[in-house]
Ligand binder design. Structure first.
Ligand code: ZN
Length: 854
């Protein structure tokens, strides 16, 4: 089996001589409901020109069997033309027609054409997911983003099914219990953006129309679908409502009519990522169909993702990065637009920038401090590099930098630049210079130094205030210190906060300054009374880590929760978390802050971050000698706040879930069991199905859920979600046998679907079970290369990240990781990157523990 990788050079060579006029792809998935059928028939006819007749090239295809290859009417020997990953053809003419007939495999891993059988009713569902390069698992293709072409799909499927693709369907004919759907040709799009969704999906329809200044009317049919068994939980009205607001917003800002005809949004099972922007046929993870109560943060997140994908219809689908180096050209924009449009499109999610500051940027800060960080414009040598680059830099840091660019160049220039970009590059491919070009035109600024500082260098700066005062407590000098490997220009607001009459910390002054070198003096501050709190980067204009002077830190210790402004408070929370991660604040101090102030945190998304971070602080960053006490404190705090929360509120649910995650002692576990059996009640708390599973997990992890009880819960919730949660619970039992079974289920067989691989890892790897899982560290390192070569990259990534012995926070484990890295310089770079990152997480935990111990 030759390599499945494709290098940037190969893609450049191919694009240098080829132009693709169109694909006709015929798929026959009538066998899908038969679990014994492993493959489906795929026939691709691609029409393309070659500027160097006589040259050779190849198509990408990952298929169990190729039946025939025909080039310009000449049958080639499939056995020699196909090497397991590529179909090689030579003797190209100036104009070519190539047909490849193959048997392609139904996927269990969410890559290619995924097949899922619903345990609730036995129905089979299919959908495709390709980015960056899995279209080749479904049809023969030139798998690179800059060989765009119109695609014409024809799909034969069981007669009772519906089928969707990027374009609208035309003729549907029925024969022998199967229906054949003929779809219209798409506009020219990249291979990774094509899509097919097929099955007995539940569908809700609507439409959007818009009249333009010239009197033309654009009508966009809308639909939203999910599995039939989820239909009772499907709030399509809310989804389609956000969709229409988004279509209004993007048409106003982009001034380019939506180019892909109709807009379907499919919520599909066992989806590997949040969503994918297939033109006209967006796919989402079905966790966005909420079958139990979730907090408003989940609704906000879903709306954000809907708008993110919609922004891609222009940034990404209409205009596409030439190669994965410029992935940020679409992902940073879409990530920025997700938050920007939540506000701009007048959705009900008004705290989008608080969420962005608190959660998206935390992702970026983490990623940017790993040894593997990279500039926003990355160097992507091949497809494995590309796969790993869907990361916190490409998305969240890029979005933060664009937010800053909007502040720097102005939103008018930014959107006028976007409009020119779409007009100039519609249905084409672009690089960094194409974007900078239009933005320089519209802003009148030279953006090269801005791009060099922000897009072409890696790393995050920390900004620290330095305050000196006179005997009367007046500021004699306020300076901002910048550290980091590269000094960048930061436009920041500085908030000076004092207590008001009610005790709230409120902003008394706002100063706006340009921070440039290592030390920037803020002259306007001199002569003012020293405030209680100096908050740098107030309003979150720039991308940096915020530090405090000693007095400000003391003000936070006694009053962080008293900061009245949601965004300022979220920034303060984010800053103290960064201090903890950087071993500058003991983990137990961070935990004390959370226990003291989380109960008064009004923003539900921020509260849920605090829960996750406080748990990480105890599990990984605290001195092991204090861990037990820390865990007890968290559980006590959760119980106290659960009882105090407003009945029926989101906050009450979040605290109940936090109790389930932290429960350890008899009192907590007793309440957990009581909530499950009904012998205990908390006013207003609905113990619905998802909460029940969270509570069962607490009991299972403590060894207090019997096999019969877990099986009975599954019998009562025989659904996809139930099966996943049940698997987590089994793997979370604190016995050597349970851990061995979970490990073996993932390692010894590749039969498990992606969702159950993830469930097994989640249950196996509970940090509190570190004594039970310690013996798996050695086999983990031994297996890395084998798993990387044998499994698909999606599954291999989960193995590498999920089974890394992060819970063994000790020097010997760090030494083991180092020994593997030293001993495997030739391992796949993408594998080394993942191990290096986890190794860095471990080293960070050890530093934080040392800080907590001191
Ligand atoms: Zn995206």
């Amino acid at each position: 089996m030759p390599g499945k990788n494709l290098s940037r050079e190969e893609a450049q060579q191919r694009a240098g001589i080829l132009a693709v006029d169109g694909y006709e792809v015929r798929l026959d998935v009538t066998s899908a409901p038969d679990p014994a059928a492993a493959a489906f028939r795929s026939t691709t006819t691609v029409t393309f020109r070659c500027s160097r007749p006589g040259a050779s090239t190849f198509l990408d295809l990952l298929a169990p069997a190729v039946r025939s290859v025909t080039l310009n009417g000449r049958a080639l020997d499939a056995a020699t033309a196909y090497d397991g990953a590529r179909v090689h053809v030579d003797g190209l003419a100036a104009e070519n027609v190539l047909t490849v007939e193959a048997d392609c495999a139904y996927s269990r891993t969410g890559e290619g054409l995924h097949r899922f059988v619903d345990p609730a009713d036995g129905e089979t569902y299919l959908y495709t997911h390709y980015e960056p390069a899995d279209a080749r698992r479904v049809f023969a293709t030139f798998e690179q983003p800059d060989l765009k072409a119109p695609f014409t799909f024809t799909v034969t499927a069981p007669a009772a099914w519906d089928v969707w693709s990027n374009a609208v369907h035309g003729n549907v004919t029925t024969e022998d219990g199967a229906r054949t759907w003929e779809f219209a040709p798409t506009r020219p799009i990249s291979t990774y953006l094509t899509a097919v969704v097929a099955g007995p999906y539940h569908v809700e329809r609507d439409h959007y129309s818009r009249e333009f200044a010239d009197g033309t009317v654009l009508d966009i049919p809308l639909s939203a679908m999910c599995r039939k068994s989820l239909a009772p939980h499907f709030d399509a009205d809310e989804i389609l409502g956000v969709t229409k607001l988004g279509l209004d917003f993007f048409h106003e800002r982009f001034d380019y009519p939506y180019p892909f005809g109709k807009y379907d949004q499919a919520f599909v099972p066992e989806y590997n990522i949040g969503a994918m922007e297939n033109p006209g046929c967006v796919t989402f993870k079905e966790d966005f169909v909420f079958r139990s109560k979730v907090t408003d943060a989940a609704y906000e997140n879903r709306a954000n993702v809907i708008l993110h994908e919609m922004a891609h219809m222009w940034f990404g689908d209409l205009v596409t990065p030439r190669w994965w180096d410029d992935l940020w050209l679409k992902e940073s924009f879409a990530d920025f637009m997700g938050s920007y449009a939540l506000i701009g499109a007048n959705t009900r999610y008004s705290s989008a920038w608080v969420t962005f500051a608190n959660q998206r940027k935390a992702w970026a800060y983490r990623q940017d401090q790993l040894p593997t960080t990279h500039p926003i414009t990355a160097d992507i040598r091949d497809l494995e590099d590309a796969k790993l680059n869907f990361d916190g830099i490409t998305y969240a840091k890029g979005a933060a930098v664009l937010k800053q660019l909007v502040a720097y160049a102005g939103s008018d220039a930014f959107f006028e630049g976007s409009r020119r970009y779409f007009q100039r590059h519609a249905f084409g491919n672009t690089e960094l210079a194409d974007l900078l070009g239009v933005l320089e035109e519209t802003s009148g600024r030279d953006l090269k130094s801005w791009a060099a500082a922000w897009l072409q260098t890696a790393g995050v700066n920390a900004l620290t205030p330095q305050v000196t005062t006179d005997a009367e407590g007046r500021i004699t000098e306020l300076a901002v210190l910048q550290d980091g490997e590269v000094f960048r220009p930061h436009r920041i607001a500085i908030g000076l906060y004092d207590r008001d009459a009610d005790g709230a910390l409120v902003r008394a002054e706002r100063l706006e300054v340009d921070v440039t070198g290592a030390r920037t003096v803020v002259p306007e501050a001199a002569g003012r009374t020293r405030p209680a709190l100096v908050l740098l980067n107030d309003e979150d204009l720039t991308y940096c880590k915020v530090r405090f002077d000693e007095e400000s830190l003391e003000a936070l210790r006694t009053g962080l929760g008293d900061i009245g402004d949601d965004l300022a408070r979220a920034l303060a929370w984010s800053a103290v978390w960064n201090l903890t991660r950087d071993a500058l604040m003991p983990a137990r101090d961070y935990v004390a802050l959370v226990l003291r102030f989380a109960g008064q945190e009004g923003n539900i998304g921020v509260l849920q971050s605090l829960h996750a971070q406080a748990k990480t602080a105890v599990d990984l960053y605290a001195d092991p000698a204090w861990r037990g006490e820390g865990a007890r404190l968290l559980a006590d705090g959760a119980l106290r706040e659960l009882r105090a929360a407003v009945p029926g509120s989101d906050h009450q649910l979040a605290w109940a879930r936090f109790l389930a995650q932290t429960a350890g002692g008899a009192e907590h576990l007793g309440l957990v069991r009581g909530l499950l059996t009904g012998s205990a009640r908390i006013d207003g708390l609905d113990v619905d199905q998802e909460l029940r599973w969270a509570l069962w997990l607490a009991l299972a992890a403590a060894g207090q859920a019997s096999d019969e009880e877990l099986a009975a819960e599954l019998a009562a919730d025989n659904t996809a979600g139930g099966k996943r949660q049940y698997t987590v619970c089994l793997a979370a039992r604190p016995t050597p046998e349970a851990k061995a079974a979970a490990w073996s289920a993932v390692v010894d067989s590749d039969e498990l679907p992606n969702a159950l691989v993830e469930a097994n890892i989640a249950g196996f790897a509970l940090p509190s079970h570190r004594d039970l899982t310690a013996l798996y560290a050695a086999p983990y390192f031994k297996l890395l290369e084998r798993i990387w070569s044998e499994r698909t990259i999606e599954i291999a990534m989960r193995f590498v990240g999920g089974f890394f012995p992060i819970a063994q926070t000790d020097e010997p484990t760090l030494a083991e990781a180092d020994a593997w890295l030293d001993g495997h310089p030739q391992a796949a770079p993408a594998l080394r990157r993942l191990v290096l990152e986890r190794r860095d997480d471990l080293a960070r935990a050890l530093r934080a523990q040392a800080c907590d111990r001191s």
